[in-house]
Design a protein around this ligand. Sequence first.
Ligand code: PEP
Ligand code: MN
Length: 277
Amino acid sequence: MYAYKLAARREGSPDTIIDINCKSGTLKIGAGYCTIIAGPCSVESREKYLEIATLIKDSGVHILRGGAYKPRTSPYSFAGLGLEGLKILAEARELTGLPVITELLDVRDMEKVCYYSDIIQIGSRNMHNFALLKELGKTDKPVVLKRGFAATVEEWLLAGEYILNAGNEKVILCERGIRTFEQMTRNTVDIGAVALIKELSHLPVIVDPSHATGKSSLVAPVAKASVAAGADGLMIEVHQRPEEALSDGAQSLQPQVFSILVEDIKKLAVLNGRVFR
Ligand code: PEP
Ligand code: MN
């Protein structure tokens, strides 16, 4: 018996598919589907966010991302627009018909973030915040649980177990790179962990090649490798003017470059037996 008893693959049972309700119907994340989440690192302003959301929708992606509460290494960096950012995300959802995901940093913001966002992101830095995970476990919101940058695969699965054990079955794991001795990339992407999670667990697993590499030129190759390794989807940062981004510009793709990548991912997903609607 594994320690992560609820997250563990169940003999004879199918993989978990998570339904996300949106304007155009129900979006499915998990076994057999390839789902793309995209958007800027942070919601920077209403005008910029609605513009990028429309461009991204035109590329054919499934879910919009954007941080309203940002975990920054320095307390002096832009930390997001907070509630105003959440309202902009909700407006973008109305405009595009696409569901939205944003990060929840603090249990005190849970009610508002759950109110405005369709999916809740738990970032790498909060993967070990068990109090927050337990609270989310009491909701019925789908949760994207990013791997802690120093977490083993077992610790990551056990973090997911906290949410499952509290009653919420809608957990999506996200590999976003781990910290190693390598300095030339922001993190080291653990592609092997993606294939391993597919063996060990029934939960969907996606990859974030943006934070995993920290470098826009590496996003496309790592995105493709992730789908080939069995990932159920991708989370990619896109900005209309990456050089002006208030966070993570160096790893953000321009919309035209992103749109070409989505076309390539579609072909690769089909080649790997996935459905890309
Ligand atoms: C993010 O998605 O913008 C983010 C902060 O990611 P991570 O938690 O993986 O660093
Ligand atoms: Mn970011």
